[in-house]
Design a protein around this ligand. Structure first.
Ligand SMILES: [Zn+2]
Ligand SMILES: [Zn+2]
Ligand SMILES: [Zn+2]
Length: 396
């Protein structure tokens, strides 16, 4: 019935394989996350998002005024504001005041985790152990963010509220687990140079927040490390932006040339203004764990791509090349710039962040390339020390 299957490929491990052909642009599947969460700093900076699905809760006007720190900015063609149709449906938790894009999201969050996760009046109380844990995290993990401890907090609430804890744990375990020795690299990437002390501090704060006996299975040092490693390797970034959505809509309008030129000029001006104040951080950002999508392997020549066309956390996997029945479906874990880099650079990023050596067709083709770091590599190299010995072995 499905148009793909998850199976073991000898010598490669678990993979997603097409069971029917897909044309370029065709949707392979859509999936809601197992769990998602806005990044801690992103929320602290006022990027307003639905607490459940990450849909932006700002109009494009509010968005650009905040990002440019300029309340005089105006936005033409406001009828194409992607947020407006949702405005009247926005709602919030009456107890803790977190906001949702819709009654559906409020109910779903209540049914999955918010009944136990709701902090009521303590939501903004810095001394609450959950907030203290988040503050500890924020002191260790600055933008550009790649994860948030709050994702684990939400998982704990899901566990507590779940009436089938066995099933919950099985789902959790289906995310790629890591060998303990290699996990240090993941923590290093998430926490930086002092990761060992920071893990210890985080762990203490985590145990304070989840001191109840029912969390005992998660509050051992190893279980906590496993959780951290799991979110480090399985997290899919999610970004939403009313401005980007609006730009996409108005750019597609059939306008006379003169108007089109004016609009383009206006859009450039807006991006300059928001860039001056907000820099590169224009999007509402967070991460999600996806049961199905996380099973897809990486290739440096991917035939599929994860997209977020609904401005929320629903991932839509689309074919970016023709796929034949029986062919493995692969996405790229690297962004477009990283994909253009040398084999050596790509493999370094993949090994450090996802703990594997890429054997894709492109990497195999370039196997005799010298181990050169790409010239345009802006990837921080301050962490060479614990990788170099292995890099040497790799090229043998
Ligand atoms: Zn929502
Ligand atoms: Zn609440
Ligand atoms: Zn590759």
């Amino acid at each position: 019935m499905n148009s793909f299957e998850i199976k073991e490929i000898p010598g490669k491990g678990r993979a997603m394989v097409a069971t029917k052909p897909f044309a370029v642009g065709e949707t392979i599947f859509e999936e809601e996350p197992f769990v998602s969460r806005q990044f801690s700093w992103n929320a602290a900076y006022g990027y307003a998002a639905c607490d459940h699905c990450m849909r932006p809760l700002e109009t494009v006007l509010e968005n650009v005024r905040r990002l440019a720190n300029n309340n005089a900015l105006i936005v033409p063609l406001a009828e194409y504001d992607p947020t407006t149709p949702w405005l009247e449906q926005f709602t919030q938790c009456q107890r803790c005041k977190v906001r949702y894009c819709s009654e559906d999201c409020r109910m779903e969050s209540l049914n999955k985790y918010h009944r136990v996760a709701c902090m009521g009046n303590f939501h903004t109380d810095d001394s609450h152990p959950i907030n203290a844990l988040n503050e500890t995290w924020k002191k260790m993990h600055y933008p550009p963010e790649t994860g948030t401890i709050l994702l684990i907090v939400r998982l704990m609430a899901m566990y507590k509220q779940s009436n089938n804890k066995q099933q919950f744990l099985e789902s959790l375990q289906s995310f790629q687990s890591l060998i303990v020795n290699t996990e240090a690299k993941i923590y290093h990437k998430m926490l930086g140079e002092n990761f060992e002390q920071q893990m210890e501090q985080l762990f203490v704060a985590f145990c304070r927040a989840f001191a109840d006996e029912e969390f005992a299975a998660f509050t051992t040092p190893d279980a906590f490390k496993t959780l951290m490693g799991m979110i480090g390797t399985n997290s899919q970034g999610i970004a939403t932006s009313p401005l980007a959505e609006w730009v996409k809509k108005v750019s597609d309008l059939p306008l006379p040339d003169g108007d089109k030129a004016k609009l383009d000029e206006y859009i450039d001006d807006i991006y300059n203004k928001v860039g001056e104040f907000a820099g590169e951080f224009l999007n509402t950002e967070g991460v999600g764990l996806y049961l199905l999508q996380s099973k897809i392997n990486h290739s440096c020549v991917p035939n599929a791509q994860s997209t977020f066309p609904y401005s929320n956390d629903i991932v839509v996997l689309k074919a970016v090349a023709a796929i034949e029945a029986g062919e493995e479906i692969c996405i790229s874990y690297l962004d477009e710039c990283q994909l253009e880099r040398s084999r050596h650079s790509r493999q370094k990023i993949l090994k450090e962040n996802y703990i594997f050596v890429c054997q894709c067709p492109k990497c195999q083709l370039q196997v005799t390339d010298p181990d050169e770091t790409s010239e345009d590599e802006d990837y921080d190299d301050d962490d060479e020390m614990d990788m170099d010995d292995e890099d040497a072995n790799m090229s043998d």
